[in-house]
Each structure stands twice: as structure tokens, then as C-alpha cells.
Design a protein around this ligand. Structure first.
Ligand code: PLP
Length: 447
């Protein structure tokens, strides 16, 4: 096959040239198959999102039925479809909000951009056009559109000349990596909260429109917050009238063992950003869910402006909405969040055991999301030289053995689907163990 016309995203093209892409042609349950028929356990649920099983019959039936009834329609200028209506009601019902509104997008990035525009729109209506700065954390991931990339706290967006002005950062609450020598985790969290206070003081609270945070940082390397972090920062945000927007694109719908990461960490968000698991990977769909306070302000601003001048052609697509309704029903009816919680001791317990290995610096995670971070020296936490491509090497070898896991810088990310069985977790870890042993032996020989 001629694959020369593909421009791969987030891919080291030189590295890929040496072994070529994996062409996935088929999937069943938690497994995917390449074009030669080789079977892989997908330890990454596609890209975090395919959690109810790739071939769930109810999902397929729902798509077929919806396509037959109404294959597509927009949700703008007062037009709407029934699946979109039902999904807004369902999302408010399962959200932590008593009341609210839902805005549909096609992706998580667009949902974050939409939330930023919502905040700017409201503040400009309130006569506070200067209240527009957005705070996010270093290492956070919020997407790739120009707004979402400006929010993303990773250095690779420098190549685009981003972030845009008004997008600012606070510290990343990763205790293992950024804790000082002798500093307790509690004191570290206090320092993180102080950092946020400092950023707000420096910029001026009346210039800040919102603080966006993932309950657990996902693409930053699966980083659960340090102890009490959210308990310490929420009063600070409240005191300064800064809305807290929970980017639940990864955590939403069960990943952390509760329907929302905000429940797991006792976060009281003003807005929730959802995507990924919302359709279990069957359709591109994102949603901005506004809580009571923001909704009130939003309605007022929309009346004054005559409209919220924003919307995507395919946002609220009836097939996507029907699939999201079905995926949420499956997650609830088949008790998949409970399954995540049931598997957590096995998943996290097994992960933690890797910390005994020579080059594993930290094993971290929660629910069914975890990462192993490799280091050259466990004591000093000195990372491996980037050119050694440790993550890629491990992932490529695991793939040969039938396990898909994802390299993320110096870390290996695991986030199996919610339908995973204990036997599949055993397979995942025995395969990974074998893989790491081989890779670590290789580097010891070459040293
Ligand atoms: C994946 C992700 C996004 C971006 O979603 P896309 O659908 O890829 O645009 C935003 N926020 C978080 C936390 C994500 O993990």
C-alpha cells in the first residue's frame, strides 16, 4: 500500500520510516486486528475513548437506526433534532449540575475553544472586556486548535508561536517530579496553591476570565493532582471570582472510577468540558456543559447580544447524539464505572509493582488510567536522553507481543477500556514486564 500521502499527527516520521505504520482493520471487544490478522489488546482504548467495546451491538444498531431515520442535521438558528434534545437532558441529568445548558462541538479542542469564547462573551456583556486571561497549568493538555493549543501547557506549541497573548500558566502539581528535597506532599500542594495566588496577584484578578484544569492530567503523562491540591486552589479561585472549568475530556464518563473526575477529587466546577468517551469513539462529539451560575449570565448576555455568535455546522449531529445517549446508557446499565472501580486495585496494584524495576522512576494513576515513567537514575530521577526514544522502544516491542500501549515522552501510558477483564489486565502486565526486561537488558548491554 502507498502510505506516502499521509501526514501523520504527533508522529516521529523518521522513526516511523524504519518500521512503517500499523494498519488497523478490524476490532472486537477490547481487541484490534491489523491487516495481516494479528490481534492486539488495546491498552489505550483507541485514544482513551473506545471504552464500551469496539463492536458493541447496541452502538452499531443505534447508528444504523439513526442513519435510516435522519442522517444529519444541524443544531443552529433554532433548529434541533430529537437525539440532540435528549442528549442535552441526559448530560444535565448525569452532570454534577442541578441546572445548566449544553453546547455541542465535534471535538474536545473545539469544546475548550467554545468555553473560552463563552467566558469572553459573558464578560464583555458585563462591561468587563479586560477580564479575558485564561490560566492553565504547565504540562496540561487541552487540544490543538489555536485556542486549545494556547491553553495546552506543553513546550511543543512554541513551533507555532503559541500561546496567544492572554493565555497564562500556573504550576503543575506533580509531586514526584517537582517536589523539593524533604518537602512533604502537603507542603508541596500548599506551594502549588501559593503559586496560583501569585499568578493571580501578578496578573490582576479582574483580568482573569477562567482557570481550566483536567482533574487528572492525561496527555501530560497521567498526573493525578497532589494531595489536597483542588481543595486548596478552589477557595482561591472563588475568592477572586475566577470560574473553574473542569476539562473532563479524558476523565468524564468513568475513567477515574466515578462518572466524573470532579467527583473523584471533590471539584465543584462552573463549566465541564466533555468529549472522548462520550460516544465511546463511535463518533466525533464534544460538549460544553455550563453550571447554574454561568448559565444565568449566559442567557442574559445572549439576550443582550441577540445571539451567541458561535456554532459548528456538524455540532449536535443526530447520529453522534444518538450514539452518545447509547454509550452513556451502556456505561450506566452495564455498570462499567463499577467495573473500573472493581479493577482499580488490580490495575494500580500491578502498576505499582513496576517501581521495583531498575529504570522505573514512578508508577502513577487512578481508576483505569496509569503511567510508568522511565528514568536513567532512580535516585536523581535523571531522565533518559531523548534520543534513546525509550518510550517508542518499549511501545514498539510491546506491539510485537500483541499489546498496544502508548509512549508519552519518557512514560508509557495505559488506559484500557472499561469492559476490561482481570485476565486482560494480567496479560497486559505480563507482556509489559517481559517487554521492559528486554528493553532494559538491551540498554545495559549497549552501555
Ligand atoms: C484529547 C483531549 C482534548 C482534545 O480533544 P480533541 O477531540 O482531540 O480535540 C482536550 N482536553 C483533554 C483533557 C484531552 O485529553
Amino acid at each position: 500500500m502507498d502510505t506516502s500521502h499521509i501526514l501523520y499527527g504527533f508522529t516521529d516520521l523518521k522513526n516511523l520510516d524504519s518500521h512503517g505504520p500499523i494498519v488497523i482493520n478490524k476490532a472486537k471487544g477490547a481487541y484490534v486486528y491489523d491487516r495481516k490478522g494479528k490481534k492486539y489488546f488495546d491498552g489505550n482504548s483507541g485514544l482513551w475513548n473506545s471504552v464500551v467495546g469496539f463492536d458493541h451491538p447496541k452502538m452499531i444498531a443505534t447508528a444504523q437506526k439513526q442513519y435510516e431515520e435522519l442522517s444529519g442535521y444541524h443544531a443552529l438558528f433554532g433548529r434541533i433534532t430529537e437525539p440532540a434534545i435528549h442528549l442535552t437532558n441526559k448530560l444535565i441529568e448525569v452532570s454534577p449540575f442541578d441546572e445548566g445548558k449544553v453546547f455541542f462541538t465535534n471535538s474536545g479542542s473545539e469544546a475548550n475553544d467554545t468555553a473560552v469564547k463563552l467566558l469572553w462573551f459573558m464578560n464583555s456583556h458585563k462591561g468587563m472586556p479586560k477580564k479575558r486571561k485564561i490560566i492553565t497549568r504547565y504540562n496540561s493538555y487541552h487540544g490543538v486548535t489555536i485556542g486549545a493549543a494556547s491553553m495546552t501547557g506543553k513546550p511543543y506549541n512554541d513551533v507555532f508561536g503559541l500561546p496567544l497573548p492572554d493565555f497564562i500558566r500556573s504550576a503543575c502539581p506533580h509531586y514526584w517530579k517537582f517536589g523539593n528535597e524533604g518537602e512533604s506532599e502537603e507542603n508541596f500542594s500548599l506551594r502549588m496553591a501559593q503559586d496560583l495566588e501569585n499568578v493571580i496577584a501578578k496578573e490582576g484578578a479582574d483580568t482573569i476570565a477562567g482557570f481550566f484544569a483536567e482533574p487528572v492530567m492525561g496527555a501530560g503523562g497521567v498526573i493525578p493532582p497532589s494531595k489536597n491540591y483542588f481543595q486548596l486552589i478552589q477557595p482561591i479561585l472563588k475568592k477572586h471570582n475566577i470560574p473553574l472549568i473542569a476539562d473532563e475530556v479524558i476523565c468524564g464518563f468513568g475513567r477515574t472510577g466515578n462518572l466524573w473526575g470532579s467527583i473523584t477529587y471533590d471539584i465543584k466546577p462552573d463549566i465541564i468540558i466533555a468529549s472522548k468517551c462520550i460516544t465511546s469513539g463511535f463518533f466525533p462529539l464534544g460538549a460544553v456543559i455550563t453550571g447554574e451560575e454561568i448559565t444565568k449570565e449566559l442567557i442574559e448576555a445572549s439576550y443582550a447580544a441577540e445571539e451567541f455568535p458561535h456554532g459548528f455546522t456538524a455540532g449536535g449531529h443526530p447520529v453522534g447524539c444518538a450514539l452518545a445517549l447509547q454509550a452513556i446508557d451502556i456505561i450506566i446499565e452495564e455498570k462499567l464505572v463499577e467495573n473500573v472501580r472493581k479493577l482499580e486495585p488490580l490495575f494500580m496494584g500491578g502498576l505499582k509493582k513496576f517501581e521495583d524495576m531498575e529504570f522505573i522512576g514512578e508508577a502513577r494513576g487512578i481508576g483505569l488510567m496509569g503511567a510508568l515513567e522511565m528514568v536513567q537514575d532512580k535516585k536523581t530521577k535523571k531522565p533518559f536522553d531523548g534520543h534513546m526514544n525509550m518510550g517508542e522502544r518499549v511501545a514498539n516491542k510491546a506491539i510485537e507481543k500483541g499489546l498496544i500501549c502508548r509512549p508519552l515522552g519518557p512514560s508509557i501510558v495505559l488506559c484500557p477500556p472499561f469492559i476490561t477483564t482481570p485476565e486482560q489486565i494480567d496479560f497486559m502486565y505480563s507482556t509489559l514486564k517481559e517487554t521492559l526486561n528486554e528493553v532494559f537488558n538491551e540498554i545495559k548491554i549497549s552501555n
